[in-house]
Design a protein around this ligand. Structure first.
Ligand code: ADP
Ligand code: MG
Length: 673
């Protein structure tokens, strides 16, 4: 089949659903099947599954209340069913004319007037033979019909060679069927195959396809890692005096977990290939000090260090903290943000370029084209999941191949880490600093707002501080801003004599910084904020957080927000305000956040409720998305794919490329990220 010969509007539609070459048609597998191989008697047809029935139209009329719809009754020897069409063509009304025999395919549900079928497929009944195979239903797009797609796919299945990318011996060992028969079976399954094996995707043919997909992902990640190991990075072997001084000056000792991850990081820094390590630690686990110690090593060895944060608020906080820790040791810490005034910016840039700036802190503006670094040895990226592929690429290009330490407080479940981050080494801080009192979480209906205002006043009287987080309004940033401004005005009025501050994304960077600094110094007691404070903000004296419309936020986001309190020794409380009535999903999610404080567990449950595609950062991670395999459900297959990828690269590396060409064509650029 020659793709170029297809009419270009058709090509465009195919491209929309990810089909850019004939082989993509082969891999465009049905999302489900319709079983028109069997006629059910209406009385015996199971509810809630697609069924084919046949009968005679008893009545057919158009109703106008509650809105225009076509309602017909169809009867067979066993029973009858109501048919309802909300939008219909005159031709459909004719198909359902009284006395006609019709064949209907759809789900029977229990309706108000007994069993009903809404929008079934309608065909002429009578002496028409049944289908011999299940009918595939493909994911498609507007203007591309199932029939068109099925025809193209059938052609491709005939025309395309379908050689196996894996040797028979390996398939035997893994107990998997061959590729060609697997794809053919999935496109045109015979009626003897129990449909449940197909819909649940547990049939060996599905296993094979999912395995292939996972294997391609594992191979590409491993190859990317190998490419990275061939690059040379500066060996950082200081005697550790600077770091020792830093630690000695701290008002606290490092936890066991912090010491352990530091050993892992320092070991990487002594290597000649660039470190690419992901430092995971729940909110408040103390990742910043770990970064600071690592920075000391690189600086002592004569290299520059860059510390990047996703928002200016967070970068500014890091700058404050790191200056406070490192300036007394004689380290030149430079603030490099996009919003700097011309003169300050020129000076900062000069310090970056001549190497006198030893630790550069800022947002990714640091890595814009105008910034030159003399000898970058270590790049630290905080809240790594918030950076997209483009920024990671820029980082690479800027500093040659510096060591990279990425930090994330959105814990990644094991299966996801194994899959999406397989080219990274992972260190985990699995212990919180001692002396923290656990955060108590309460779910309160917003009808009880008055009580909360009283509670805030009491907290402030005790000397504590409060965050009030305004709802996320995804549809409109303006509306979100307005809500924050209104809430600020209202709380200022309700909390007489208490200083209430406001922080939102549209404020100028220096205004934001000034507000944050005032809050840190307890000059502001209640901070009304949009979710801009989600990441990294650290004010230990804040011990009460109120989150409005918590039901609108994601679980990881709530966990991050909640992590802004409970950072000091005071008992902390997080109040999740919700507006009832809540739907089932919203209830399930709030229950998770109410019951769990462990970020790893929350992330796991989040993954279950929302699916991995929605997990922060995964979409932009640049790692191939999975179409068929499911990380949770197919964790076992993933494990096998991982081992197999390792085996193949060690013993049969020539197998890798053909497999990658089949599954991940044209991904070379991303693989280098
Ligand atoms: P995160 O991992 O969320 O970035 P931070 O680095 O902001 O956490 O640390 C949270 C708070 O805990 C900070 O105030 C920090 O100074 C403090 N901290 C870090 N390590 C320790 C420790 N070992 N003992 C006590 N407090 C610590
Ligand atoms: Mg942090």
């Amino acid at each position: 089949m020659d793709f170029a010969k297809l009419p270009s509007p058709l090509q465009a539609k195919l491209a929309k659903i990810g089909i850019a070459r004939p082989f993509d048609l082969v891999l465009h597998l049905p999302m489900r099947y319709e079983d028109e191989t069997h006629l059910y008697a209406i009385a015996d047809a199971p509810l809630g599954a697609g069924v084919l029935i046949e009968g005679e139209v008893l009545s057919c009329e158009v109703n106008y209340k509650p809105r225009k719809q076509l309602v017909a009754r169809v009867k067979d020897a066993s029973s009858s069913v109501m048919v309802r069409l909300m939008n219909f063509y005159p031709s459909q009304a004719q198909q359902l004319a009284v006395g006609k025999r019709v064949r209907l395919y759809g789900e029977i549900r229990r309706g108000y007037f007994g069993p009903e079928m809404v929008h079934p497929k309608i065909r002429v009944g009578g002496e028409v033979s049944l289908q011999e195979a299940l009918s595939p239903v493909y994911p498609t797009t507007a203007g591309l019909s199932q029939n068109q797609l099925a025809t193209l796919i059938a052609k491709a299945l005939k025309a395309e060679p379908l050689p196996d990318t894996l040797p028979a011996s390996l398939l035997d060992e893994l107990n998997l069927p061959d590729f060609a028969s697997s794809v053919k079976l999935l496109h045109t399954p015979t009626p003897d195959i129990p449909q449940i094996l197909l819909t649940a995707r547990t049939h060996p043919a599905w296993q094979r396809l999912k395995f292939d997909e996972l294997l391609a992902q594992q191979l590409s990640l491993r190859l990317a890692r190998a490419v990275r190991r061939e690059k040379t990075a500066p060996q950082i072997k200081p005697d550790g005096r600077l770091a020792a001084q830093l630690v000695a000056n701290l008002p606290f000792g490092l936890t066991g977990a912090q010491k352990r991850v530091l050993l892992e990081i320092c070991q990487d820094l002594t290597q000649t290939h660039p470190m690419q390590r992901l430092l995971q630690g729940d909110v408040g686990a103390g990742k910043t000090i770990v970064a600071a110690v690592a920075a000391c090593h690189a600086i002592e060895a004569g290299f520059q260090v860059a510390m990047l944060a996703p928002t200016e608020i967070l970068a500014e906080q890091h700058y404050q903290k790191l200056s406070q820790w490192l300036a007394p040791l004689g380290v030149n810490v430079i603030w490099l943000a996009g919003s700097l005034k011309t003169k300050a910016k020129r000076e900062a840039l000069a310090a970056a370029a001549d190497g006198s700036g030893q630790l550069l802190v800022g947002t990714h503006a640091i890595f814009q084209a105008s910034v030159e670094l003399k000898n970058l040895g270590l790049a630290i990226v905080d809240e790594q999941h918030r950076f997209g592929v483009a920024q990671r690429l820029a980082l690479r290009e800027k500093g040659g191949s510096p060591h990279q330490l990425m930090m994330s407080a959105t814990p990644i479940p094991r299966t996801l880490a194994m899959s999406f981050y397989a080219d990274l080494d992972v260190s985990v801080i699995d212990e919180l600093p001692p002396g923290r009192t656990p955060i108590v979480t309460k779910l309160i209906s917003d009808a009880r707002r008055d009580e909360i205002i009283e509670r805030i006043a009491a907290k402030v009287l005790e000397g504590r501080q409060v965050y009030w987080v305004c709802p996320l309004i995804e549809e409109s940033e303006t509306l979100q801003l307005q809500t924050a401004v209104d809430t600020h005005a209202q709380l200022s009025e309700e909390l007489e004599g208490i200083r209430v501050g406001l922080l939102h994304g549209r404020m100028k960077a220096d205004e934001k910084a000034a507000t944050m600094a005032a809050f840190s110094r307890n000059e502001i007691q209640v901070l009304v904020a949009t979710t801009v404070i989600e990441v990294g903000v650290d004010v230990p004296n804040a011990s009460l957080m109120v989150i409005e419309h918590a039901e609108r936020m994601g679980l990881s986001q709530l966990h991050q927000l909640r992590g802004r309190v409970g950072r000091g020794a005071h008992a902390s409380l997080c109040i999740l305000l919700y507006t009832g009535p809540l739907g089932d999903t919203a209830k399930a999610r709030l229950k998770v956040i109410y019951e769990h404080t462990d970020g790893f567990e929350i992330a796991r449950q989040d993954l279950q409720i929302r699916g991995p595609g929605e997990l922060a950062g995964v979409k932009q991670s640049g790692v191939p998305m999975l179409r068929f395999a499911d990380l949770e459900a197919d964790a076992d297959l993933l494990e096998v794919a991982r081992e197999t990828a390792e085996q193949i690269l060690a013993h049969n590396p020539q197998l890798a490329q053909p497999h990658l060409d089949r599954w991940l064509p044209g991904r070379e650029a991303l693989l280098k990220v």
